[in-house]
Design a protein. Structure first.
Length: 481
């Protein structure tokens, strides 16, 4: 039976049990630096760690905890892990980098006492005095043969951990989630247009699926949002805005309840357009003044439609406000015109406004009839920031899409053409790309490359180029595997 997107993601990224094992490992690691092993806190944390380690060993044998290019692994399984949380992992990893340490492996015959000996041993190591080679040598003298250490350079060179197959699995799971969201958006809007009730529970489920995917792997959905020539633009646009908004919400560390409300509001932000004449929405020419007056009715129509066609609860209330406010600017210009006391728009509305503008301008469908390159759109939005957008939120959004947004075609210093797939937040100038070809021809098979890795040091982005100039369709390459 075919696995669902959620099952695929869980298999690739592990489950809560792996996250708990990682967390208990780093908590015990830090505890050993603070208190003596006879201390009750140390004993409790040791007990917790070993409680999570034992079932992992029983299931998989030797257990390796590794860090590769900012990603956490247990054996060959990548784990989505918040190293800024209560585990204190980020500070431990910072110390590891000074040592040149990339990971540790516990053999299947490890004992609780042996594990404790290792943590106490590591607590005595100081970055100012030791490196990975001296630590490994001293570890051998401690008779800890059940422990193996990995050097940072050794792991960074072993890129098989983040295999092409794994990336394909991420993207396949993302596509299932994405197109399911489009289908739900279409069904909801068709029902709305015909005056039928809309199932908010079905919408919430698909929003939760998007939240789960973004929380673990935001990049593969951002890639899909970069495609602007879907046949059903209205539903794709709603889905794209939902993805961008949720990604921003995740970066803001919103809890699941607020993310659910944000995603719901974003998915229905343009629902008012179903109440407008279809020939207006599909009009190929530039709008005249009368067209604009009609179009500017859609936020008010959207709020009324949500309140009329959906059961009133916190989700629909948030959705109605998001639909009403997403074209009201920071300085209260925009539309609808506020006749009474002016008050700042809701946080969700500010987020949706940014996501909506970026997707609309890069798509070239309704508000502009010719798509604008994503980097130019970001420049335009930053130029309008004081008037239209919240500066703090726009900065975070820019970090999400990157200096070179997903879907952009670029020329490299090696005279190769590359398609931007995902942003490297630690090195925005060196994103992950697909190498499509060189100055002579396109490659038979595009090659995935993380430009931040040492083996791609000679590949630097020179400039962005127009895909149409080379007769290329971005959609074909993003959906091509």
């Amino acid at each position: 039976m075919q696995k669902t997107a959620e099952e695929q993601i869980s298999r690739i990224l592990g489950s809560k049990s792996e996250e708990r094992l990682l967390s208990s490992f780093f908590v015990l690691y830090k505890t050993a630096r603070i208190v003596d092993r006879k201390n009750e806190t140390f004993k409790n944390q040791s007990e917790t760690f070993f409680k999570h380690l034992q079932p992992a060993i029983k299931s998989s044998g030797d257990i390796a905890i590794k860090l590769v290019n900012g990603r956490y692994f247990i054996n060959e399984m990548m784990i989505r892990f918040d190293d800024q949380g209560t585990s204190g992992a980020a500070s431990v990893v910072s110390e590891w980098k000074k040592f040149g340490l990339g990971g540790v492996e516990f053999s299947s015959d490890i004992t609780k006492e042996g594990a404790e000996n290792f943590f106490v041993f590591m607590a005595s190591m100081k970055p100012s005095d030791e490196n990975i080679d001296s630590i490994i040598a001293k570890l051998k003298s401690q008779n800890l043969s059940c422990i193996k250490l990995f050097s940072l350079s050794e792991l960074q060179q072993n890129q098989s951990l983040v295999s092409e197959q794994m990336r394909k699995q991420f993207r396949q799971a993302a596509r299932q989630t994405f197109f399911r969201a489009m289908s739900v958006a279409q069904e909801a809007m068709v029902n709305t247009a015909t005056g039928k009730d809309v199932s908010t529970s079905k919408t919430r489920r698909v929003v939760h699926n998007l939240i789960d995917h973004i929380s673990r792997d935001e990049s593969s959905l951002i890639e899909l949002a970069a495609i602007k020539d879907y046949d059903d633009y209205t539903y794709a646009h709603s889905t794209n805005v939902c993805i961008y908004s949720l990604t921003l919400g995740v970066r803001l560390k919103m809890d699941r309840a607020r993310l659910s409300q944000l995603g719901f509001a974003a998915l229905f932000h343009d629902v008012g357009k179903v109440k407008l004449p279809s020939d207006l929405i599909k009009k190929p020419d530039a709008y005249d003044e009368n067209d604009w007056l009609q179009m500017q009715q859609h936020p008010l129509l959207g709020a009324k439609t949500i309140l009329r066609n959906m059961k009133l609860d916190l989700h629909t209330a948030r959705g109605a406000r998001g639909a009403f406010e997403h074209h009201i600017n920071q300085d209260f210009t925009g539309y609808p015109k506020l006749q009474y006391k002016k008050r700042p728009t809701n946080l969700f509305s500010k987020i949706i406004a940014i996501a909506d503008s970026f997707d609309a301008l890069t798509s070239g469908r309704i508000y502009v009839k010719k798509p604008i390159p994503p980097d130019e759109v970001l420049k335009k939005m930053h130029y309008q920031m004081a008037v239209k957008y919240d500066p703090f939120l726009l900065k975070i959004f820019t970090n999400i899409v990157g200096i070179y947004p997903a879907g952009s075609l670029v020329l490299l210093s090696t005279e190769e053409l590359a398609l931007i797939l995902t942003n490297n937040k630690d090195n925005p100038a060196k994103p992950c790309v697909k190498l499509l070809g060189d100055k002579e021809k396109l490659f038979e098979e595009p090659v995935w490359a993380d430009l931040s890795l040492p083996e791609h040091a000679e590949r630097n982005i020179v400039r962005m180029v127009d895909p149409a100039r080379y007769g290329l369709q971005v959609k074909d390459f993003i959906l091509g595997d």
